[in-house]
Design a protein around this ligand. Structure first.
Ligand code: GLN
Ligand code: ZN
Length: 769
């Protein structure tokens, strides 16, 4: 164990957080076995404990000086704070003690009569946390101390003096519900005693440092919060003078750097990947406090690529010219939670791409190698050779850079090419009304229909070569035919083929386009035990020929009603993948958009009159600082428009988004200029209606009439009421009737009943017009 102050090396290293899922998703399996009653609590806890210790030992093996502890969790770290600080919502309290698994998993997953805590995206990542509910809660107090337990376990079982990690009080309250601008400061202050108790107990147990994460400091931070931040960190520090506090930020450059840099803490971690330029400029401008550590996050915690040693060392040398080397701690830019565990088992796909990958374990090794290289450079000058680990990176990344897939002439240079304008909506609308002759309040769905177990099983067998192409195709077509008949029978006006061939709306298209790599085991946690294996965009994304044409035309051949073509939009394809960092996200989105456009034009040429391009991720990767929104929205909207460029006015373009904070993105939605947008709205219908009242939308719009996340079949009357309300803000010739989102995860019987009632509600609403 190296100690930061006494070790031979003067430049220290640290981890910021590490995946919890295990190299082979052991964590997921254990949780699901326990939830499913296949494992009792004792054996569950025993296996989890072993996993937790193995996880520490892996980090130790990398050689980083400071391994974090307390970042392991049985579901979500935010939820751990809720349990430990006695903030359990009343509906769960009767289930047991604060530290019981019954209460914990009930909050996470819900039980009969007590719905789970709300889940939402962790900043702009694909990880979801559970939202603390602060309204009506007693003052936070520490009822058990998971950080102390983790710290002592790491010391005892792994011989590690760890840096325990907590989410800071400022961020915790920023992410909570039941907070207003009036009670914000009071709520943050109310946490100080509870944090103080954690810190005191840690100090007593021998902790030297504690890491307190405040990622909210890289979002919009109102000026008036600065005094509060100084106050709370002052209070924590003065109550725990001996414990060193490392304030960790990530996902961007800190707002108000001058104030944040001078907070009364002993070290501050900055993200030099996402916030590189601004964080560096701020250090140059405002200087760095003597003695304060700087956690230099130079290894990207959110990517899957090896670190570029020349870039990273260049940056570190610059930092070392501004700040004494003994104040530097080299780290990943964020927790490695967002990266898979290890490339050890990567065997699939292109060897050059595979060779350029670095997951969590490799990233920690890179941190250590960078510290050695920096130290050597500072001692011996720039001529010093790179350590082997980094020399390997140099070679692997050079190979990736010159990969032919990154230099496809056809994909280059057209980014600035203008996007053909369509005629104004009013003209298109008139043409489309006479082309499709739909009733007022036309009914449709969002695209996917129930994907029953037999379909998923058949796909697996087909992938494994146990089911022939023909047999698989036949099954899909039978299911499409069944559902075309059903949709007709229930009275749906615009039909879908059902997306039975898709595992996932992004992965499906990734397999059909050029430029993607698929990892063997590149899983990351999305929420709870759910993990995703995002595709990797490593090269120029290009069209490789028809993707949806056959399925769509087959469905259309069965009916006289219009069938919508169904594609995933460029921003969503980008957001739910790992991607290359040699070109900008905008350029990648434009490449995807051009490839999608080829498909859109093929569908149109084949006679498909309505095409939907889904963009559920448009809002979620919006920058964390609002002032950066206009630039983002401009390129993201342009990518969408490029994906449907050149379609005729008679072709009806639909899009879909899974949220309703419409007021936030109204400008973007208008600029996308789809003929019809469907929004997920049932959970806050009132507020959407309100927003539309103030900012009317000029094109077609479908306001989801029922929540597809619940198995409960909605009443016809309830949906009718939603349509009536919507008619107050959207005229009948532009209002569509549809569910909130795709129906893939729903069962057949409930979907059949819900769609019948939805169509009935539309008929009743039409009669009232
Ligand atoms: N067309 C997709 C579906 O119905 C849209 C899903 C989504 O927006 N998340 O499944
Ligand atoms: Zn949706």
């Amino acid at each position: 164990m190296k100690d930061v102050d006494t070790a031979m090396a003067i430049i220290s290293t640290a981890g910021v957080g590490y995946p919890r899922i295990g190299e082979n998703r052991e964590w997921k399996k254990l949780l699901e076995e326990f939830w499913g009653g296949k494992r009792d609590e004792e054996s569950f806890q025993k296996e989890i404990r072993e996993l937790r210790i193995r996880r520490l030992l892996r980090q130790k093996k990398s050689g980083v000086a400071w391994v974090p502890s307390g970042d392991f969790t049985l579901y979500d770290s935010v939820l751990d704070h809720v349990a430990a600080f006695d903030l359990i919502p009343d509906r769960f309290r009767h289930l047991g003690a604060n530290d019981s698994l019954a209460v914990y998993f009930a909050m996470a997953r819900g039980i009969e009569g007590a719905p789970a805590c709300e889940m939402t995206k962790w900043f702009d990542t694909n990880y979801h946390y559970l939202v603390p509910e602060l309204a009506g809660q007693p003052k936070p107090k520490l009822v058990f101390n998971p950080w102390l337990d983790a710290f002592t376990e790491a010391k005892r079982e792994a011989g590690l003096l760890t840096r325990p990690v907590l989410i800071g009080p400022y961020t915790l309250v920023r992410l909570a519900k039941g907070v207003s601008s009036e009670n914000f400061a009071e709520l943050v202050r109310s946490f100080i005693p509870a944090y103080n108790t954690v810190l005191e107990e840690l100090a007593k147990a021998g902790a030297g440092w504690v890491q307190i994460d405040e990622p909210s400091l890289v979002t919009d931070v109102p000026e008036e919060h600065l005094a509060l931040l100084t106050e709370i960190y002052g209070a924590l520090k003065s109550s725990n003078p001996k414990l060193l506090i490392h304030l960790q930020t990530y996902f961007g450059a800190v707002e108000h750097p001058e104030a944040v840099f001078s907070l009364p803490v002993d070290g501050i971690g900055l993200d030099f990947v996402r916030g590189k330029i601004d964080n560096l400029d701020a250090i140059k401008k405002f200087g760095w406090t003597k003695g304060k550590k700087l956690g230099a996050g130079v290894v990207n915690g959110r990517s899957i690529w090896r670190v570029d040693p020349d870039q990273a060392l260049g940056l570190l040398e610059e930092l070392a010219s501004l700040i004494p080397a003994e104040q530097l701690i080299i780290q990943p830019s964020s927790s490695l939670l967002h990266s898979p565990v290890s490339v050890n088992v990567e065997v699939s796909g292109d060897a050059v791409v595979r060779g350029a990958l670095a997951f969590a374990d490799q990233k920690l090794e890179e941190v250590v190698a960078l510290s050695e290289a920096l130290e050597a450079r500072l001692n011996g000058g720039a001529a010093t050779a790179l350590p082997a680990r980094l020399e390997e990176n140099r070679i692997a990344l050079a190979a990736l850079r010159s990969h032919p897939a990154r230099h496809r002439a056809a994909a280059q240079g057209s980014s600035e090419e203008s996007i053909a304008e369509r005629s104004p909506f009013a003209e298109r609308h008139a043409l489309q009304l006479s082309r499709f002759k739909l009733p007022l309040l036309p009914t449709t769905t969002i695209g996917s229909l129930p994907q029953t177990a037999d379909i998923r099983k058949a796909r697996l067998e087909w992938r494994r070569g146990k089911l022939s192409d023909d047999a698989y195709r036949q099954l899909l077509q039978e299911r499409t035919e069944l559902w075309i008949r059903r949709q007709e029978e229930y009275g749906i006006d615009v039909l879908v083929h059902g997306e039975f061939e898709r595992t996932d709306m992004v992965e499906h298209f990734a397999h059909l386009l050029d430029g993607y790599h698929f990892t063997t085991n590149g899983w990351v946690q999305s929420y709870g035990s759910r993990c995703v294996k995002p595709p990797v965009i490593y090269g120029d994304v290009m069209d490789r020929g028809a993707m949806t044409l056959e399925d769509t035309l087959y469905a259309q051949s069965l009916t006289d009603r219009p069938v919508k073509g169904m594609l995933t939009g460029p921003i969503t394809m980008l957001a739910w993948s790992f991607y290359r960092d040699d070109i900008s996200p905008k350029e990648i989105a434009d490449q995807i958009a051009r490839a999608l456009d080829a498909e859109v034009l093929r569908l149109e040429a084949a006679g498909i009159g309505m095409i939907q391009v889904d963009e559920p991720a448009l809002r979620e990767i919006a920058p964390l600082k609002h002032r950066e929104w206009p630039e983002y929205l401009e390129w993201s909207v342009n990518a969408f428009r490029r994906s449907v460029a050149g379609v005729r006015d008679e072709t009806q373009i639909h899009t879909h988004m899974c949220y309703c904070d419409y007021h936030e993105i109204i400008g973007a939605v208008e600029a996308m200029d789809a003929d019809v947008i469907s929004l997920e709205t049932s959970r806050s219908h009132g507020s959407l209606i309100h927003a539309l009242e103030h900012q009317p939308y000029a094109n077609g719009i479908g306001l989801g009439v029922y929540d597809i996340h619940s198995p409960v079949v909605p009443e016809t009357e309830t949906m009718l009421a939603v349509i009536r309300d919507s008619l107050a803000v959207v005229p009948a010739d532009r209002l569509w009737v549809n569910p909130d989102c795709g129906l893939k995860t729903r069962g057949e019987p409930e979907t059949i009943e819900a769609l019948k009632r939805m169509a009935e509600a539309a008929v009743l609403a039409r009669a009232e017009l």
